[in-house]
Design a protein around this ligand. Structure first.
Ligand code: GTP
Ligand code: MG
Length: 397
């Protein structure tokens, strides 16, 4: 596995004070024509975009003319050279929902794919407020100090919460956001979990092609995005806290079964003993579970993201995981399985989009929906009618 590739040190390509946070998009931002969504403006008139000419499309606002759309080859070359501005624009293209952009995005990915795949991908999930962002910042800073290049992504399928999380992560990852070896990209806003997951997977490939060798993916919200993130990362981390009543805190057994490590965070100040007790309870619970990764024993650890205690050891654990599962074959087996899952997820997304874009389906849908809701039409028949219209184009039975 390559360490930081040569020629990717972009320290002097950008103003050192610039925040690396760039806004998520719903499509059509960044001066790219034909987009389907409007620009996200954050509450309070603020915006998530970086200062100092950072990537993210800030220049297309305020009545100024839209920027020239860079050619795919230009974007690809920029990404490979580690150019932050072009990398940001490439991610914006990937995140766009406009069909024309999606085609260009696929061309871009085709060019970059041979250079992707060389990172370790780490997912971070856990209860709200457990300290996921603080942990990502602590781990991220630890890694950049050791010479790694770190990309931070978030998966948040609910657009309303995205705004909050952009603001939250910007303040909670302030140090990392100013780090020239790190790039924080908030979750693409809006859309289905499937759409957000696809964009995040593709965005990971861009960062890998740009030389980022560690990708950290934080989930936002509990319940829906864990499985999606598990299916795109190599190592999955569950962050919990002690003292919130039941030690499992409503985290379903199912999520613990997905984890390669369980952390009890905030093991500092007068919370150390409680954290240690929670850790022991979790260790016990893990003992009775099947391992998330064949050949790997998931352990529970107490850490403090705030003081940094246990962060270095956490990275060592992840490195050990990578070495052992690579040697045992589980690492590559998982990536192959993930590629298969990704294929099916993509097919589902595309077929569903085709279905809803079909004029015959779109025309029928409102009346069929109404008939289902009023009880005049059984659901099975309603689905059949729509599918039949889709399959047979204009020829309705
Ligand atoms: N004492 C202590 N506080 C911590 C620690 N880690 C995080 N916190 C605090 O816990 C609060 C929530 O931290 P975040 O990192 O935002 O938690 P999160 O899990 O990302 O939260 P959401 O993304 O909103 O679900 C903040 O006030 C942090 O300062 C820790 O190790 N010790
Ligand atoms: Mg957070």
């Amino acid at each position: 596995m390559p360490e930081v590739p040569p020629g990717k040190d972009d320290k002097d390509r950008r103003p050192p004070s610039a925040l690396n946070v760039v806004p998520g998009v719903a499509g059509g931002h960044d001066g790219l024509p034909g987009g389907s969504g409007g620009r996200e403006t954050l509450p309070g008139g603020g915006e998530a975009g970086g200062r100092g000419g950072e990537a993210g499309g800030d220049q297309a606002r305020g009545g100024r003319p839209a920027r020239r759309e860079p050619a795919v080859a230009e974007l690809a070359a920029g990404v490979l050279a580690g150019d932050r501005t072009l990398l940001g624009r490439a991610v914006t293209l990937i995140e766009s929902n406009a069909p024309a952009h999606q085609e260009r995005a696929q061309d871009l990915l085709r060019e970059l794919l041979p250079r992707a795949g060389g990172s370790i991908r780490v997912g971070v999930t856990g209860v709200p407020g457990a300290g996921k962002s603080t942990l990502v910042e602590a781990l991220g800073c630890h890694l950049t100090a050791a010479g790694h290049q770190v990309a931070v992504l978030a998966v948040d399928p609910s657009s309303s919460r995205t705004r909050g999380s952009i603001l939250g992560d910007k303040t909670r990852m302030e140090k990392l956001a100013r780090d020239a070896r790190a790039f924080i990209r908030p979750s693409p806003s809006g859309g289905s979990l499937g759409g957000v997951a696809r964009k995040t997977r593709e965005t990971m490939l861009l960062f890998e092609a740009a030389g980022y060798d560690v990708i950290l993916v934080e989930t936002v919200g509990v319940g829906q995005s864990e499985a999606a993130v598990r299916s795109m990362v190599d190592f999955f981390l569950l962050v919990l806290i002690a003292g919130a009543g039941d030690e499992l805190q409503g985290i379903k057994r199912g999520v613990m079964e997905l984890a390669d490590a369980v952390l009890v965070n905030k093991a500092d100040r007068d919370n150390r003993d409680a954290a240690e007790r929670a850790r022991a309870d979790l260790e016990m619970a893990l003992h009775y579970m099947a391992p998330a990764t064949p050949g790997w024993t998931t352990e529970a650890r107490a850490i403090s993201a705030l003081t940094g205690e246990g962060i270095g050891e956490l990275w060592e654990l992840i490195e050990t995981f990578r070495a052992e599962t690579t040697a045992g074959g589980a690492f590559d087996a998982r990536r192959r399985e993930q590629a298969r899952e990704w294929l099916h997820a993509m097919l589902r997304e595309r077929v569903e989009a085709l279905f809803h874009r079909d004029p015959r389906v779109a025309g029928l849908l409102p009346e069929v929906e109404a008939a289902v809701m009023s009880g005049d039409l059984p659901v099975t028949q309603a689905a059949w009618r729509l599918l039949h219209a889709f399959e047979n184009g204009e020829e309705e039975p």
